[in-house]
Structures are given as structure tokens and as C-alpha cells.
Design a binder for this molecule. Structure first.
Ligand SMILES: NC(=O)c1ccc[n+]([C@@H]2O[C@H](COP(=O)([O-])OP(=O)(O)OC[C@H]3O[C@@H](n4cnc5c(N)ncnc54)[C@H](OP(=O)(O)O)[C@@H]3O)[C@@H](O)[C@H]2O)c1
Length: 255
């Protein structure tokens, strides 16, 4: 890794916060989507919230790219993957999601925006300013190829899993806010395959880029999504009496 020595304290503090966040989310369900409840203050339309939350990640990273000078091939690859993911998540996902009548607490959106700004700043600085010499060049060794493969596989999994959920609502005569049991793709084995895909994707990114910022992003993704996957499975089981008992939360047959 080419990180400067003072990136370590930043990493440790930021990753420590992820651990605290993980512990809190094991007891408090982030109040959006199926876990939304009254009493979390003002709300905004869910579609607007997703564009704002994810779009800032795209803007910060793009700003740092333009501020950099002659980024190496590794930085350019990381930047391309970032644009690919956040282009989808900021603009395509919110437009296609069946959430027209949904809202999101402003507090949740502000917390997500704060996280995305810090995360994109950390990753952008590490990609464009902290990778000296050889560390800035993409090497096509086994680890990098595995990283690229996992990124592509993870993206495909969460793309398809989100699509299965979307079709549950678009297949009814009028778009609704109702929930059904999904029975296609990886949904047949786990309750939250979209989260599994996202985790695999950012594991691939961390393997490929291999700096502290990328690894901290992977840890943060787990801190956010593992407790929510557990909560989603519990929600399915209490909401649908016929929910298949063999479905695990996140990893088929294991967890
Ligand atoms: N990297 C990270 O830290 C992070 C954090 C959070 C989310 N994400 C990603 O963002 C995406 C969305 O996250 P999310 O937490 O909103 O995912 P989610 O709870 O699985 O919901 C995804 C979409 O499907 C709808 N939906 C979910 N279950 C449904 C069902 N049984 N029947 C019909 N519709 C259903 C939801 O509607 P409602 O909104 O009405 O529930 C929402 O529009 C995911 O791909 C996730 O991986 C990433």
C-alpha cells in the first residue's frame, strides 16, 4: 500500500466509527424503507433522497479527479469503477425504483450524505494524491484480477436482485408500496442478496485498489448492511407466515 503514515490514524478512527455504527445498527433499525417509522422528524421524497445521498459521492470523487495531476492507471481504474457504481446508484436506481409514494427521514438522508462525503474524500485523496510510484500503476496480477472479477460479480448480483424487487411492484396493475416475498435469483436463498452483491463488489474494489480508504469502505459497507440484512430477514419472517425458513440473511446456507 502507498498510503502516507498519517493515513493510518485516519483509518483507525474512521474504522472505529464503523464498529460503533455496527453495534448501534444491531439494536436500532435505520428508519427508511420497510423499517421506516413515525417519530424520526421531517421527511423528504425517497427518490430525491437517494439522488442527493449518492450523488454527492459522485461529485466529490469527480472534483478530486479534476484537482489531481496525471493520475496513474490504478487511480483511473478505481475512478472508472466508482463512476460506474455511483452513476447507477445516484441516477438510474432512484428513477427505476418503485418508490414514488415513499419518503425518507431527513435525518437518515443527512447521515448518509455525511458518510458519503467523508468516504469519497478519503477514497479520492488515497486514489489521486497518496499513491506514489509503482503503487499508482495497475498491475494485472492475480489479486487485481480477482478484485476486478469480484467487483463485476457483486455489481451483477445487486443489479439483478434490485430488479427482482422492482418487478414485484411493477407487475401489479398500479405501482404500489406493498411488499411481497421475492422468489427469483439469489432471493431464493437469502433475504438480502442486493446487500450481498454490494459487499462482494466493494471487497473486489478493496482487493484491486488495496489502500486504507478502500478497505475502510468495505468495512463500513459491512457495518451498514450486515445488521440490516439480519433485520430484513426477521422482518420477512414476522410479516409473512409462509416465508421460507431455509433462507438465511446474507450468505446462502451459512448466515
Ligand atoms: N453501501 C452501503 O453501505 C449501502 C447502504 C444502504 C443501501 N445500499 C444499497 O442500496 C440499495 C437499496 O438499499 P435498501 O436498503 O433500500 O434495499 P431494500 O430494502 O432491499 O430495498 C430495495 C428496493 O426494493 C423495494 N423492496 C424491498 N423489499 C421488497 C419486497 N419484499 N417487495 C417489494 N418491494 C421491495 C424497496 O422498497 P421500499 O423502499 O418501499 O422498502 C426498495 O425500493 C441496495 O442495493 C443496497 O445494497 C448500500
Amino acid at each position: 500500500m502507498g498510503d502516507p503514515s498519517w493515513a493510518w490514524p485516519v483509518f483507525l478512527i474512521w474504522t472505529g466509527l464503523a464498529c460503533i455504527c455496527f453495534a448501534i445498527l444491531m439494536f436500532v433499525r435505520a428508519p427508511y424503507g420497510r423499517h421506516q417509522q413515525a417519530g424520526w422528524g421531517p421527511t423528504l421524497p425517497a427518490r430525491t433522497a437517494w439522488v442527493l445521498m449518492e450523488g454527492c459521492s459522485l461529485m466529490v470523487m469527480t472534483g478530486l479527479f479534476f484537482a489531481s495531476h496525471a493520475p496513474g492507471t490504478l487511480a483511473l481504474t478505481g475512478f472508472s469503477l466508482w463512476l460506474f457504481h455511483y452513476g447507477y446508484r445516484s441516477f438510474i436506481y432512484p428513477v427505476r425504483a418503485q418508490i414514488t409514494h415513499k419518503t425518507m427521514p431527513l435525518l437518515v438522508a443527512l447521515l448518509a450524505i455525511t458518510f458519503n462525503i467523508v468516504n469519497a474524500t478519503f477514497n479520492g485523496l488515497a486514489l489521486f494524491f497518496w499513491q506514489p510510484g509503482e503503487a499508482a500503476t495497475l498491475n494485472l496480477g492475480l489479486t487485481s484480477l480477482a478484485g476486478l472479477f469480484l467487483f463485476g460479480m457483486g455489481f451483477s448480483i445487486h443489479l439483478h436482485s434490485d430488479q427482482v424487487l422492482r418487478e414485484l411492484r411493477s407487475s401489479t396493475s398500479s405501482p404500489s408500496t406493498e411488499y411481497q416475498i421475492p422468489n427469483k435469483g439469489l432471493h431464493r436463498w437469502v433475504s438480502s442478496p442486493n446487500y450481498l452483491g454490494e459487499l462482494i463488489q466493494w471487497l473486489g474494489f478493496a482487493l484491486l485498489i488495496n489502500n486504507l480508504a478502500a478497505w475502510s469502505f468495505f468495512i463500513w459497507t459491512g457495518a451498514n448492511l450486515i445488521p440490516r440484512a439480519i433485520a430484513n430477514r426477521a422482518w420477512y419472517k414476522t410479516t409473512f407466515t409462509d416465508y421460507p425458513g431455509h433462507r438465511t440473511a446474507l450468505i446462502p446456507f451459512l448466515f
